[in-house]
Structure formats: C-alpha cells, structure tokens
Write a new protein. Sequence first.
Length: 231
Amino acid sequence: MNPSMNNLGIVKRGIERTERAIVERLRKFGVATVHEAMGRSGLMKPYMRPIYTGAHLCGTAVTVLAQPGDNLMLHVAAEQIREGDVVIVACTAENADGMFGELLATSYRAHGAVGLVTDAGVRDVKELSTMQFPVFSRAISAKGTARATLGSVNVQVICAGALVNPGDVVIADDDGVVVVPREVAAQVADAAEKREAAEGAKRARFTAGELGLDMYQMREMLEKMGLKYID
C-alpha cells in the first residue's frame, strides 16, 4: 500500500528541500552513475520512460498522491512549486489516464518546475516536446480525467516502486529515473564524483585495448569456475 494512503486530503507547505548546491552537484551525473553510487538503490521501475528522446531533469521533489482518472491534486500542487522542483505523481491505484498535458506544464513552468515524473499517463506529447518540458511517465494516453476527488500533496509516496519524500532529489534521463533521499544526497554526490573519476581512468585503459578480463582480474575466477578454451 502506498504509505500516503493514510494521509489523504492534506497539503504540506514549507517542506525542507535538499540544498541547491548539492542538487547542482548531482545534476552533473547520469542516472546510472547515481544509482551505482547509491549502492544500486533508488531506481523507479523501467517502464518509466521520457516522452521525448534526450529529456532529462534534476530537481527537488514536490509529491502528489492522485486518485485514478483524476488530476485535481496536480492543480493543487502547482501552488506549492518553487524554483527547481520536480513534481512526482503517484496514484492510489494503477492508472494510465492522461492526467497531465501542455496547459498544466505551462502553469508548472511559470512557478519554476523543471519537469514531471508520473506513474500514470500524459498527453499533448507533441506540445510538451516542442516546449521542451521534461516528462517521464508510465504511459501516453489521450484519455481525459476528472477534477473531483481529494488526494494529497507533499506526503511520502511510492512512485513506480520507489519511495519518494518531499524535498528528495530526483534525476531522470534516457536510462530511467532515480530518487536520492535528501538525508544522504551529499554523500551520494561524493560517491558519484569518485565513481566518475574511476570510470574515466577505466575508459582510457579500454581505449588503449586492455581487456576487462585483465582489468577486473577475472581470469583466475573463470579458471576456478571451470571455463575451458578450445583451439
């Protein structure tokens, strides 16, 4: 069960966001690097895809718990957006209706949002792509929604299998979506920087022709496993 199901009908204001300097450090890295740096945790399910190739975002989470087929709380969330936020939409039940489109994106951008991640559907893909508003979603659907049922804003949610708290850092690119908890964001940025430096050194060795078999010292392990070469 989504943890926020017990907190329906509330909007939390004045949330604590990850420091901007830490967000900017994390912005330099791709989802794969951050996921590895965080101990291979924090990924949303791989069905979450960008609506246009090359879309990417990094920002602090404003969370929404919406009812299926109802985007009322996405409108409520607009008032809580601050510069650099990413709106994260979870649903109380599985849903793929087109909850978000060009007009809401225009409103969100006016308040400083840098993108949206939704475990539901979106529409107006052509328009969203033209305006270069990054959206990552479960589905694309022209099916419209109502504005009739309360959910919540800025409560803990589970979006596409990942736990998200208001103020966490959310990073998304062509590789997927990863959530970095606010409390460990600085440590994850440190680890990502070290990993990026190490990968640069390995890249140079691969470019020079060195094999992963030797770089990662796999030959002895393979011999013990019984691998045989036959000429």
